[in-house]
Design a protein around this ligand. Structure first.
Ligand code: BGC
Length: 762
């Protein structure tokens, strides 16, 4: 990373909203565990914050009650579980206790250091009796040891000496967050675990508990190191551990307490309690400096492949770095987990995985860190059987239908018109496999984990659709725009299905050279005739087009509906889903998010530039962007269509969406898909990158006010650095063998460094 990678808030605001906001914004996560940022010493009870910590993919189930039940409705759903709260540390200075709400806060700042992988709170505080301390509290969710979370608590007594003690807690009594007024969060107050044991161990506490219905266990151990002479009393009562550590402070000499907390779950570990105890030992067998160094090294490698620098706009530069940092914090790195829309920063959307991962986040990993993309594909491969069962439940005779929202693979959406009916998720899963292939040419992996998924999902299009007057139609589905449900021939869905089917045919041929492909064909009974059908359906796929407007209508009936003037809707009525009945919304030409415009971004070769421009201008007027997944896509398409001003405006709002809480719900968790969108906008939008069968290409533009920007892409065995300035575009082969690249429509061989004059009208 070339520029600043520390995001800081100074001074800390202590109102309820701000603390709630920091919980999400400064959470620590490593793809396995996620801990929201709560003040260790606590806050006044009436603040009612959401101190939560999660394990990616660790869930319980809940019964879904439908007042009117119809066949196949979801009867049970999964929900991420809030696990033991290990954040509590109360600091006593003699008979006074530190609190930001008492005495005087003289200085305070909270930052996330994205190069070091830590959050740091620094406070200078004076107690009511005049004792002054400086605090530096460093928190880390380790990328090196995934179950480990540490709080490194340093206290400097500025003007006094005397007794100082820490009361550190290990609390299992946690509940899931809920808000009955917002369908994007859980609607009930839930405590999802029951305790199994709570013990005092050699130098800490250990708690194990079990989920109520899914019957999974999680063990959590806490231990401390207090440097220097001290006394320690450890106790456990009512399944709550507590450690009291007492020492003597000397004026000007820093006291340092490290709290180690580990979480191990029974999905990943056979003996999770034993493993948690081992993990504590492992963490304590090395120094904190060693753990910090490992953290930094991990991130160094991460940033080497994906850092983006923007010159000329420091705020945007930092916002994009913040977003990319959240992606590595969020992504699951094993077959049990994926990426949820809030990552591990909150229980908004109940920790479910959607299409967000495949369409918004995975494209980033595929061209910066393909190993992570592999693990995301492996997750879908693991859940293929459930996707087949889901398809059968809906009445399909063949194929797999991936669930709209899920943790382990079963459908968890309770409202099928805006859930299960979003068949385009199948296209998203296939798109991610095709993209992975295009970027890596790794056919072996496609064979191992991708092929079955790709063909089983392709089959579903045939079973869903039908030929009508020579065209292949897909009826009664919902596209990405959730303000228009259960329609015939959603353009996005049909276009993606066409692409999917075409690629199923191509990959069928390419995989034919592997002996093992025969086994897969036999296993899923895939015949040449079926492949023929794929070709025929793809070639005949109906893609709605309106001659008069020169646009692709979102679906067959979209243009017949009445319009709803967005400018006339009062500000407080957004997002519309919280204020209007779905039927009212569905009867209007109004979009929650990019739908046809998204299709044009990913599948530009299906339409002329003129159609895409007309569509962009048409849908722009009727899109509310109530979904955070929308603006980045409008920015990309505006950039591609040379609407520089619009591209920059949409990008600014998308890049800073969480830092400025522009969606108004960052407290439920940060918006991970949009964060992937920030990267896509710079690379696919501003730099005009394309990843296609014929190779990779660029057509960089420079947004007004920027002096330049820089990023990397991995392609096949190579890594290419791209630097764009006012005058030129510099491509540097940082790793790997020479590559053919196309820039502004001309072909070049990139062997070392290639400097090309920047074309201001691309
Ligand atoms: C969007 C979906 C998205 C979900 C989770 C909804 O608001 O409409 O497209 O998958 O959020 O991010």
């Amino acid at each position: 990373m070339k520029s600043n990678s520390v995001y800081t808030v100074e001074p800390l605001k202590l109102d309820r909203y701000s603390l709630n906001f920091y919980e999400a914004l400064f959470h620590n996560a490593n793809g396995y565990i996620g801990i929201r940022y709560d003040l260790e010493e606590g806050v006044p009870q009436e603040y009612n914050l959401i101190p939560s910590q999660y394990i990616n993919g660790f869930y319980d189930t809940l019964e879904v009650k439908h007042p009117e039940y119809l066949h196949g409705f979801t009867q049970e759903k999964e929900i991420i579980v809030n696990i033991a709260d290990n954040q509590g540390i109360k600091l006593y200075l003699g008979d006074e206790v530190f609190s930001m709400f008492k005495g005087t806060v003289l200085e305070s700042r909270l930052s996330v250091d994205m190069g070091r992988g830590v959050t740091i709170r620094e406070v200078k505080w004076q107690s009511e009796k005049g004792k002054i301390i400086r605090l530096k509290i460093t928190r880390m969710a380790s990328f090196y040891q995934l179950p480990l979370f540490t709080i490194d608590y340093e206290v400097e007594p500025v003007n006094f000496s005397g007794p100082v003690s820490f009361e550190s807690t290990h609390n299992r009594q946690v509940c899931n967050y809920h808000n009955p007024d917002d369908p994007r969060t859980a609607s009930e107050f839930l405590q999802l675990t029951t305790p199994l044991s709570c013990e005092v161990k050699e130098d800490g506490t250990s708690v194990e508990y079990r989920t109520k219905r899914s019957n999974l266990s999680v063990a959590s151990c806490v231990s401390h190191s207090l440097f220097g002479k001290h006394e320690e009393e450890i106790s456990a009562k009512d399944y709550q551990g507590s450690s009291l550590l007492k020492t003597e402070a000397k004026e000007g000499e820093t006291i340092r307490l490290v709290k180690y907390a580990v979480y191990c779950d029974s999905l990943r570990y056979k003996n999770c309690r034993g493993q948690a105890e081992e993990e504590i030992k492992k963490a304590k067998s090395v120094t904190m400096d060693f753990l910090y160094e490992r953290q930094e090294n991990y991130l160094k490698e991460y940033w080497e492949n994906c850092s983006v620098d923007i010159e000329g706009d420091d705020e945007l530069d930092l916002a994009v770095k913040y977003n990319l940092y959240q992606l590595i914090q969020a992504v699951g790195k094993d077959r049990h987990s994926n990426i949820s829309p809030k990552g591990l920063s909150g229980d908004g959307y109940e920790g479910h995985y959607f299409w967000d991962a495949e369409m918004y986040i995975q494209p980033f990993f595929t061209i910066t860190n393909p190993a992570i993309s592999k693990s995301l594909i492996a997750y879908r491969h693991t859940t293929l059987q459930m996707a087949k069962e889901n398809a059968a439940l809906v009445g399909h005779k063949k194929g797999a239908l991936y669930p709209w929202r899920t943790i382990t693979g079963r459908e968890c959406s309770g409202y099928f018109p805006a859930g299960r009916a979003q068949y385009h998720i199948n296209g998203a899963v296939a798109y991610s496999i095709i993209n992975y292939y295009l970027a890596t040419k790794d056919l072996e992996f496609v064979l191992e984990k991708g092929a079955e998924v790709l063909f089983e999902t392709a089959r579903l299009w045939l079973d869903t659709g039908n030929f009508h007057e020579g065209k292949f139609m897909l009826n009664t589905v919902t596209g990405p725009d959730e303000y228009t449900c259960l329609v015939n021939n959603n353009y996005y869905t049909n276009a993606l299905a066409k692409y999917h089917l075409e690629w199923a045919v191509k990959l069928y041929k390419k995989l034919g050279v592997y002996d093992d492909f025969i086994k897969i064909k036999e296993k899923i009974a895939l015949s040449e005739d079926e492949i023929e059908e794929f070709s025929r359906a793809a070639a005949c796929m109906y893609l709605p087009y309106d001659e008069k407007l020169g646009i692709n209508p979102q679906d067959d009936s979209f243009l017949q509906k009445k319009k709803w003037d967005i400018a006339k809707i009062p500000q407080e009525k957004f997002p519309l889903l919280l204020h209007y009945h779905p039927l009212h919304i569905y009867r209007h030409q109004i979009c929650k998010q990019a739908d046809t415009v998204l299709a044009h971004f990913i599948l530009e070769d299906m339409q002329s530039e003129e159609t895409m421009r007309n569509s962009f201008l048409y849908y722009e007027k009727i899109t509310t962007h109530d979904s955070s997944l929308s603006k980045a896509i409008f920015s990309i398409m505006a950039a591609r269509l040379n609407m520089e001003k619009k591209a920059s405006a949409y990008f600014g709002e998308s890049a800073k969406l969480d830092l400025l809480d522009l969606q108004g719900n960052t407290i439920d968790g940060v918006h991970i898909a949009n964060m992937g969108g920030s990267f896509l906008t710079i690379v696919y939008g501003f730099a005009g990158f394309r990843l296609k069968e014929e190779g990779i290409s660029f057509a960089p533009m420079l947004p007004k006010g920027w002096q330049g920007y820089r990023f990397e892409v991995c392609y096949e065995d190579s890594r290419i650095q791209v630097q764009v300035t006012e005058q030129e575009c510099v491509f540097e082969l940082e790793k790997g063998t020479p590559k053919r690249i196309r820039v502004y429509g001309r072909d070049y061989l990139l062997e070392d460094v290639l400097v090309i004059e920047r074309n201001s009208s691309r």
